[in-house]
Write a protein that binds this ligand. Structure first.
Ligand code: BDP
Length: 696
């Protein structure tokens, strides 16, 4: 169905001229080099794409091991020519072109349309088989977007080395923070038998360049603890082989206490020799089933998960123990920095959850083995609609770092509200940490270019489940698509990505593109406007994290407070009078956040406690800002529904209806948010709305 195919619709090209042009060059496909799993996937993808987009069955010419000079070989100087050419070996594509040949990295590709002497051809060269597969997906993307052949001239190379997706799927089939049905991997404690859906997921991920996946929740329960044992490894290996065909390496989340729980070792102390031996044996076993296994993802000493602290050891001890076990096999440890005290008391102002990751990890810089990567959430708290960037980025110059985003919309509307997150992620990537002076952007830290890290990249929590359309809200497909595209190339704009996605998903009707992209682009600001104001976060229903509950977490132990009282609101995180969090940033960021006048409005309440009468840079008082944004936000949500209605008849009815239903729900729920938040602050502050609107 159109819902299921997501952005790989490959809808038939209607324009006859364009179709003919594509048919001319895609009617014959020749492949030089040996067949392999990855190349088979590339060819399968090309063929089904051509069938569906152009209604042709391309002729396939296999040219064996020989690598003939392209131009000199008469027999193949037409059609689409595929070739794998490792990095140092790329020649000029065009005869007589004596400009310096560019180098193609291992995951890169070059696509070129050549015309002359009455002949047309397209050459696609991959820096590796994987690069070629990415090139095929790119080519099909160009066809789907109706790009003219003359514009087919691209060389692409992923900016980030590790481009990962984290599933939070549990063996019982549930998904932690999943909003799109049940797991496609597991059901009732078992691996699903039919792997069709897993394969289609691999295609979606590979089409946007994702090259790594962890397949189980970071909170590892009983059954998943045993995924690393003989009992489950054959099934894990099957999943690995599905992903391998699409260039995606498999990882597992592990339970730090596994030696104690399932190993009969009696302890999980990372410095205990029996424990270390147990992990080495576990790694050996894993690699005997999955020779290219990626490694472990670890949540330790976080939200009641076991970790090295129980034995008086630190996180370098814990991570290095695992890294040592994986090292001989080339595996890596991805160790999460989401470590904080979830049992703290709101009356104790000396502890601030926002400070925790930095405090725990910066003293360990330089102590981690070179196959350990620290995975850091984009913000210091937890994927709120608005947070500052984690001060850990750039603060550990001798440690490999991975940035963690959340594609699943836990705090951003749970795929019942539309919230296109690419603009938020771009803000994070473009944040200048000043770690090494001006221009020390987060994107340069995680790509490894700033501190020349060999292993780094970006990971994100997936938003898919077994719903027909994968993501619950069809517009939420744009977040998965956008995540992959953005981490492939962080310099793509949010608009470009939205447009690519829209064309491939809904077709090339310009009115649809304009409206749908416009809606995506304003969706995050709209969601922010009717939920928690000015960066303060939370105010959500405890546990589910859906819907407003202003004081839901205010007097609990999770470390997430807004400190609203009759006079004011916000968390004082200044060094002068507050928790001292601002001091974790490099200058001039530290000073900017510390100084009330300089702190950006949208983060004001994250950093400062201010009276309701405090004037923002916008000229409004805080209280009036709260009232206005909530009225405007709910109106804007209602407007989205109207805009979408205008597209009826222009896109597939199933897609249209699905989105319309969610937008209607959003519009209602936005009113609820508006009323709860405005009423709360009206009653707390006693300040009437300056514009005389009724607030109960
Ligand atoms: C929070 C989620 C929780 C996760 C945790 C994590 O509420 O379910 O287990 O993050 O990242 O956002 O480990």
């Amino acid at each position: 169905s159109t819902l299921y195919r997501a952005w790989l619709q490959y809808s038939p090209i209607q324009d006859a001229e364009l179709r003919e042009a594509y048919r001319r060059v895609l009617g014959t496909i020749s492949l030089e080099g040996r067949r392999s799993e990855l190349l088979d996937s590339a060819i399968e993808e090309l063929r089904s794409g051509c069938r569906s987009l152009l209604d042709i069955e391309p002729e396939l010419l296999l040219l064996g091991n020989e690598m003939p000079q392209l131009a000199s070989n008469e027999g193949i100087s037409r059609g689409l020519q595929l070739r794998v050419q490792p990095a140092d070996n790329v020649q000029d594509l065009e005869e007589g072109n004596n400009s310096a040949p560019g180098k193609l990295g291992p995951e890169g590709f070059r696509l070129e349309y050549l015309e002359g002497k009455g002949q047309e051809r397209v050459i696609l060269i991959g820096g590796s088989e994987k690069g070629l597969l990415y090139g095929v997906f790119h080519l099909l993307r160009l066809v789907a977007a109706h790009e003219p052949l003359t514009a087919w001239n691209v060389t692409e190379e992923p900016v980030n080395r590790l481009r990962m997706i984290n599933q939070w799927d549990n063996a019982d089939g549930s998904i932690e923070r999943g909003y799109a049905g049940r797991s496609i991997f597991y059901r009732d404690g078992r691996f699903t038998e039919d792997l069709t859906r897993v394969k289609d997921y691999a295609r979606l991920l590979s089409s946007v360049g994702i090259n790594a996946i962890s397949i189980n929740n970071v909170n590892v329960h009983e059954i998943e603890t045993r995924f690393i044992t003989r009992e489950y490894l054959p099934q894990v290996a099957q999943i690995a082989s599905v992903f391998r065909k699409y260039g995606i390496t498999l990882y597992l989340s592990i339970n730090f206490a596994a030696p104690l729980h399932i190993g009969g070792v009696g302890t999980s102390d990372p410095l205990n020799e029996d424990v270390r031996r147990w992990w080495r044996a576990a790694a050996d076993e894993i690699y005997s089933h999955i020779p290219d296994f990626g490694g472990f993802l670890v949540k330790a000493d976080s939200e009641h998960r076991p970790g090295p602290f129980a034995y008086g050891r630190d996180h370098a001890d814990g991570a290095n123990m695992l890294a040592e076990a994986l090292k001989p096999h080339g595996g890596i440890v991805i160790w999460r920095c989401f470590v904080y005290n979830c049992m703290q008391d709101w009356r104790d102002r000396s502890t601030d959850r926002a400070k925790a990751a930095y405090d725990h990890f910066t003293p360990l810089d330089g102590r981690f083995m070179d196959n350990v990567l620290l995975q850091i959430k984009n913000g210091p708290m937890d994927f709120q609609v608005r947070e500052p960037v984690s001060p850990l980025f750039g603060s550990m110059k001798h440690t490999n770092q991975v940035l963690e985003f959340q594609v699943t919309q836990e705090y951003t509307g749970q795929q019942r509200h539309v919230c296109y997150l690419v603009p938020q992620w771009k803000d994070v990537l473009n944040f200048d940490t000043h770690a090494d002076g001006q221009g020390s952007y987060v994107k340069r830290i995680v790509s490894g270019s700033l501190h020349s890290m060999k292993l780094s990249g970006i990971a994100a929590v997936s938003n898919i489940g077994d719903d027909e359309n994968w993501t619950g809200h069809t517009l939420a497909q744009a977040n998965l698509y956008g995540y992959g595209r953005l981490i492939w190339n962080p310099d793509l704009t949010s608009e470009e990505i939205a447009e690519e996605w829209t064309r491939q998903t809904f077709g090339n009707d310009e009115a649809v593109i304009k409206t749908a992209c416009g809606m995506l682009m304003k969706s995050w600001p709209i969601y922010e406007s009717y939920t928690s104001p000015l960066g303060v976060g939370w105010m959500v229903t405890p546990h589910t994290h859906y819907g407003p509950d202003v004081d839901g977490y205010e007097y609990s132990r999770w470390g997430t407070y807004h400190f609203a009282d009759r006079d004011g609101i916000g968390v004082d995180r200044t060094a002068a009078t507050g928790t001292g969090y601002t001091a974790q940033y490099f200058e001039p960021n530290a000073r900017r956040y510390e100084t009330l006048e300089d702190c950006p409005d949208e983060l004001l309440l994250f950093f400062h406690h201010v009276p309701y009468s405090h004037r923002l840079k916008s000229g409004k008082t805080v209280i009036q800002h709260i009232y206005d944004t909530h009225f405007e936000g709910a109106d804007a949500a209602a407007e989205l529904l109207v805009e979408w209605a205008s597209l009826e008849g222009r896109i597939d009815p199933a897609q249209h209806a699905q989105v319309a239903a969610r937008l209607a729900e959003q519009a209602e729920h936005a009113k609820h948010w508006r009323d709860v938040i405005n009423t709360y602050f009206f009653r707390k502050s006693g300040v009437p709305d300056g514009r005389g609107r009724t607030i109960f």
